[in-house]
Design a protein around this ligand. Structure first.
Ligand SMILES: Cc1ncc(C[n+]2csc(CCOP(=O)(O)OP(=O)(O)O)c2C)c(N)n1
Ligand code: SF4
Length: 534
C-alpha cells in the first residue's frame, strides 16, 4: 500500500487503472474532465488506452466495445453527457458487460458550470443497474475496483456517481497493487444483438437480477447502519458528500442520532426499515434530487414517522448541500462566521478573455445585425456563450450542445428572419454535424457561424476533433455548397470586411455557413509553453 494526495476525480482514474483498466473514454465537461486528463497523463507509455472521444455517446460505445472484447472498460463524463450517451447506456443494461464496464457520471449541483443540475442516480435506477456514490476520496478509489468486480460478476454495467465538491477537492488515498488486465475473450452474440426475442430475454434477466442487487446493496460494507441504543428520536440517512457534512456537524454537538450511510444503490430497503423502526424522525441528507427521500416517503409517508429533507423544506430544494444547511436541518445554532467587514464585493459576471477571437466575431455580427431588429442568434455551449453578457449582448439562447443549428433551422421554417446559429468547433463535432446535414438537405434559410478557435476552450483546451481543414471538409461533406461557405479572420483589423461578409450572407436566402478562424489565446499560450507542439 502507498499513499497519494489526489483529487476525487484522480482517485477515480487511479482506481480504474489499478483495477486492471484496458480502455478509458470520455468527452470533456466539468466536473468530470480531470478524470481523463489524469488518465492521459499517467497513461503515457502505459498498457491501457485513455482517450478523448468526439462526444459522450461515442465514448460510451467505445467503452462498450472494449468491454465486449472482454477487457475492463471505463467511460466518464459530466451529468448532461449521460443524456447524450443515454441511448447506448439504457440498452447496455440489457446486453450486459463481458469485461467490466464502469460508467462514471459527475453531477454539478448548484450548476457551477452546467445548464442544469440533474441527478445521475435516477439514470442508474432507470437502467436498473447498481450505482456507487463515494462519500470521500478513499471510497472514490476503492469503489471503482469494486464496481469492476461487480460488473463482471453480474454481467451488467455499473455506475459511479460523483459530485463537484468531491471531484475537485484533494485528500490522501491509500492505494493497492494493480490488478493485471483481462485477456481478450469472446462474448455471447445473442446477448448483444437486441432483436426483440433476445431483448425480451435479456430484459427479463435484468428484472430477475434486482433481488440480487438489493441483497448486494444491503450487505455492502460501503452502506453502514449505526443504531444509537439510547436515542430513538432522530435517525439520519446520509449519502455521498452529505455524509461528511453530517459527521462534521455532529462532532461536539451533543447529538447522538442513529445513522444510515448509503453509498451503494439500489436503496438498501432492509437497512432503511431497521432505521425507521428505531427512530421517530428521519432526516435525509442527499446531494442532488430527493431520490432516497421520495422513495422512503412514498405517496403517503411512513405511518407514525416523520421524514424530513429537501421535500419537507428542512433542506433547500435546489443546489448543493452545505455544512451550514445540514446544521440548520439538525436544529443546531449556526457557527460564528468570520466577517469580511463591510467591504462591498462587486458583482463580476464571467468574461471572455481580453483579445478573444469570439469577441471580434460578435462585434462584427452585431454590427451586421444593427438594422435587423427581428434577428435571433441561437447559440450553443462554449466560451462563446459569454457573448450573452454585456458589452456583447450578441446571443439569444443556450440550451444544450448542438441545439443552435436545429433551433435556427426550426425558427427559419416558422418564418423568423434572419435566423442565425452560433456554434464552436468542438460543439459542432459533438452534435452539430447531423443538424447541419438536416439543414443542408432542405437549404434552410439561415446563417450558421462556426467559431473555429482550434480547441475545446471552455473546459480547459482539450483537443478538438473538428477544426481546421477537417471542419471545412465536414461542412462541405454534409452538403453546404462551397460558394455558401465563407471564412473570416476575427481580428480588429478585419472588422469592416467581416461585417460585409455577414451582411452579404444574411441578405442571401438559403443556408450559408461563415467560419471564423482564429486560435484561442489560452490554447496558443499552452502551445508556446510546449514549444509549438500539442
Ligand atoms: C453534453 C455536454 N457535454 C459536455 C459539456 C461541457 N462543455 C461545455 S461547452 C463544451 C465545448 C466547448 O468547445 P467549443 O464548442 O469548441 O467552444 P469554445 O469553448 O472553444 O469556444 C463542453 C465540452 C456540456 N455542457 N454538455
Ligand atoms: S479561453 Fe480562449 S475561447 Fe475562451 S475566452 Fe479565453 S481566448 Fe476566448
Amino acid at each position: 500500500m502507498s499513499k497519494e494526495i489526489l483529487l476525487g476525480d484522480e482517485a477515480i482514474g487511479l482506481g480504474a487503472v489499478h483495477a486492471g483498466l484496458s480502455g478509458a473514454y470520455s468527452y470533456p465537461g466539468t466536473p468530470a474532465s480531470e478524470i481523463m486528463e489524469y488518465l492521459i497523463k499517467i497513461g503515457r507509455g502505459a498498457a491501457f488506452r485513455a482517450a478523448w472521444s468526439v462526444n459522450e455517446k461515442t465514448a460510451f460505445e467505445e467503452a462498450l466495445g472494449c468491454s465486449y472484447a472482454g477487457k475492463r472498460a471505463f467511460v466518464s463524463f459530466k451529468h448532461v453527457g449521460l443524456n447524450v450517451a443515454a441511448d447506448p447506456f439504457m440498452s447496455a443494461s440489457l446486453t450486459g458487460a463481458n469485461g467490466g464496464l464502469v460508467v462514471c457520471s459527475a453531477d454539478d449541483p448548484s450548476m457551477h458550470s452546467s445548464q442544469n443540475e440533474q441527478d445521475s442516480r435516477f439514470y442508474a435506477q432507470f437502467a436498473m443497474i447498481p450505482c456507487f456514490e463515494p462519500a470521500d476520496h478513499q471510497e472514490s478509489y476503492d469503489m471503482v475496483r469494486e464496481a469492476f468486480d461487480l460488473s463482471e460478476r453480474l454481467d451488467l454495467p455499473v455506475m459511479i456517481r460523483m459530485t463537484t465538491r468531491l471531484s475537485h477537492s484533494r485528500a490522501g488515498v491509500e492505494t493497492r497493487p494493480a490488478r493485471p488486465q483481462n485477456e481478450v475473450r469472446k462474448g455471447e452474440r445473442s446477448s448483444w444483438t437486441l432483436l426483440p426475442g433476445n431483448a425480451r430475454r435479456r430484459f427479463k434477466r435484468v428484472l430477475e437480477l434486482q433481488p440480487e442487487l438489493a441483497r448486494y446493496a444491503s450487505a455492502s460494507p460501503f452502506n453502514r447502519l449505526d443504531l444509537a441504543p439510547g436515542d430513538r428520536k432522530l435517525g439520519i440517512i446520509a449519502s455521498g458528500i452529505g455524509y461528511n457534512y453530517v459527521m462534521e456537524n455532529l462532532e461536539g454537538s451533543g447529538l447522538k442520532p442513529s445513522i444510515l450511510k448509503i453509498s451503494v444503490y439500489p436503496v438498501p430497503e432492509d437497512l432503511v426499515r431497521r432505521l425507521a423502526d428505531h427512530c421517530d424522525t428521519i432526516l435525509v441528507a442527499e446531494e442532488g434530487y430527493p431520490l432516497i427521500e421520495r422513495q422512503i416517503r412514498g405517496l403517503f409517508g411512513i405511518p407514525g414517522k416523520t421524514v424530513i429533507g429537501r421535500l419537507s423544506g428542512h433542506l433547500p430544494a435546489q443546489g448543493e448541500l452545505s455544512p451550514e444547511s445540514i446544521r440548520a436541518a439538525l436544529g443546531l445554532a449556526p457557527l460564528e462566521r468570520r466577517s469580511m467587514g463591510d467591504v462591498p464585493l462587486a458583482n463580476r459576471p464571467p468574461q471572455l478573455c481580453v483579445g478573444c477571437p469570439h469577441a471580434d466575431t460578435f462585434k462584427a455580427l452585431k454590427k451586421a445585425l444593427e438594422d435587423q431588429p427581428g434577428a435571433v442568434v441561437f447559440s450553443d455551449i462554449g466560451c462563446y456563450t459569454l457573448g450573452y453578457f454585456p458589452p456583447h449582448n450578441a446571443i439569444d439562447s443556450c440550451v444544450c450542445m448542438g441545439a443552435s443549428i436545429g433551433m435556427a433551422h426550426g425558427a427559419a421554417e416558422a418564418g423568423l428572419h434572419p435566423a442565425l446559429g452560433v456554434i464552436g468547433d468542438s460543439t459542432f463535432g459533438h452534435s452539430g454535424i447531423t443538424a447541419l446535414l438536416s439543414a443542408a438537405a432542405v437549404d434552410a434559410d439561415m446563417v450558421l457561424v462556426v467559431l473555429d478557435n482550434g480547441t475545446v476552450a471552455m473546459t480547459g483546451t482539450q483537443p478538438s476533433f473538428s477544426t481546421g481543414a477537417r471542419l471545412l471538409d465536414i461542412i462541405r461533406g454534409v452538403g453546404v455548397p462551397a460558394e455558401r461557405i465563407r471564412i473570416i479572420t476575427p481580428l480588429p483589423k478585419f472588422h469592416e470586411d467581416n461585417v460585409k461578409v455577414f451582411r452579404e450572407e444574411i441578405a442571401r436566402r438559403g443556408l450559408s455557413v461563415v467560419v471564423a478562424v482564429r486560435e484561442c489565446l489560452e490554447e496558443a499560450k499552452k502551445k508556446n509553453k510546449l514549444g509549438g507542439a500539442r
